[in-house]
Write a protein that binds this ligand. Structure first.
Ligand code: AMP
Ligand code: MG
Length: 327
């Protein structure tokens, strides 16, 4: 059963407790309703993808109670500080480099070294974030392929029974998604138009270039040069899929009882649970990438993951990682 909370202090505290326990809670923001999970809990973030029925992992926006809290996880530059001062709380998402001590699960950022952060303006969203005291990863609260919800009733129609609770924050005021601005490179880039107009941004931080959303960027690069991926979307080491044996120069990404003979093993899920494996996938790829070279291992052998539940999204990511490289 999905609980429906109104905005009393008690109910917001109950919603925060559910989030802290790793449950999914949808809540209204000024843009659309978000499907929230504790961003520091990889298993909770994996549950977002499962509830939405998304066949791939895309980077999610992390919501914070304040700019100060956000900039503890990502490194702000001058443009970021100016944009935050002018538009936060509000419908602006900033993409910035993760700090080394960033608490957010790698899965929330789809393994990227940048993270999308935002401070929402809706008073109930702000209250919920303050009550939790941790960032909340939240894409729009709809099943994959359906339109973004702007009322609690829309969320219940799509996700009722699949998530712990919905905070009824009333109809969304903005009704379109946040503007996504990439400030991680040399020039500011607009990745998605949204609630803050680009003219308003330019008045504060100067010229903003047109950018390409990360999903198109990945697809486009694959078209231009098959297999060449955006850096950090894939491990540096080549990946071999559906391994049934491990070669002498391979590290193993295990799913279920590990193949014998591997010198280095990262276990995604001992019991063969795709949701647990999804939560650990990016951590595992980063870890193997970092550890393998010193042991003279030059490839990652990935055991088969079934195409059920989050297994589809895991296989999508591993297939990208296994595609032949341009270099
Ligand atoms: P949603 O959470 O559905 O509103 O969508 C968030 C969107 O923000 C993603 O689909 C990406 O296009 C973009 N985004 C999130 N994180 C990043 C990132 N680290 N780099 C580039 N784009 C991002
Ligand atoms: Mg969406």
């Amino acid at each position: 059963m999905t609980e429906l909370f109104a905005g009393t202090d008690r109910e917001i505290e109950a919603a925060a407790r559910l989030l802290a326990a790793g449950e999914l809670v949808a809540f209204g923001t000024e843009t659309v309703y978000g499907l929230g999970a504790d961003a520091t809990n990889a298993a909770a973030v994996a549950a977002i993808f499962a509830a939405k029925g998304r066949p791939h992992f895309n980077p999610l926006i992390c919501h914070y109670a304040s700019a100060e809290a956000a900039f503890a996880d990502v490194a702000a530059n001058e443009a970021a500080r100016k944009a935050a001062a002018a538009f936060w709380p509000g419908p602006l998402t900033l993409v910035l480099p993760r700090r080394a001590n960033c608490k957010v699960a790698l899965l929330a950022g789809a393994g990227l070294e940048t993270l999308a952060v935002r401070v929402p303006a809706h008073p109930l969203a702000a209250k919920l974030l303050r009550a939790l005291g941790r960032p909340v990863a939240a894409p729009s609260a709809n099943r994959s392929g359906q339109i973004s919800p702007t009322r609690a009733a829309h969320v219940l129609a799509g996700l009722g029974g699949r998530i712990a609770a919905v905070v009824d924050s009333g109809p969304c005021q903005v009704g379109v998604e946040s503007t996504v601005l990439d400030l991680s490179g040399e020039t500011p880039r607009l990745l998605r138009p949204g609630g803050v107009a680009v003219e308003a941004l330019e008045a504060v931080i100067g010229p903003v270039q047109a950018g390409v959303p990360i999903e198109q960027d990945v697809a486009g690069r694959q078209l231009r040069s098959p297999g060449m991926l955006v850096s950090h979307y894939a491990p540096r080491l080549p990946v071999r899929l559906r391994a049934e044996k491990v070669a002498a120069d391979e590290a193993l990404l295990a799913f279920g009882p590990p193949l014998s003979g591997a010198g280095l093993v990262f276990q995604l899920s001992e019991s063969g649970n795709p949701a647990e494996a999804a939560a650990k996938l990016f951590e595992g790829l980063h870890w193997l990438d970092a550890q393998a070279p010193a042991l003279g291992l030059r490839r990652i052998a990935a055991m088969a993951v079934p195409e059920t539940g989050l297994g589809r999204a895991i296989n999508d990511r591993l297939k990208r990682a296994a595609a032949p490289r341009g270099e």
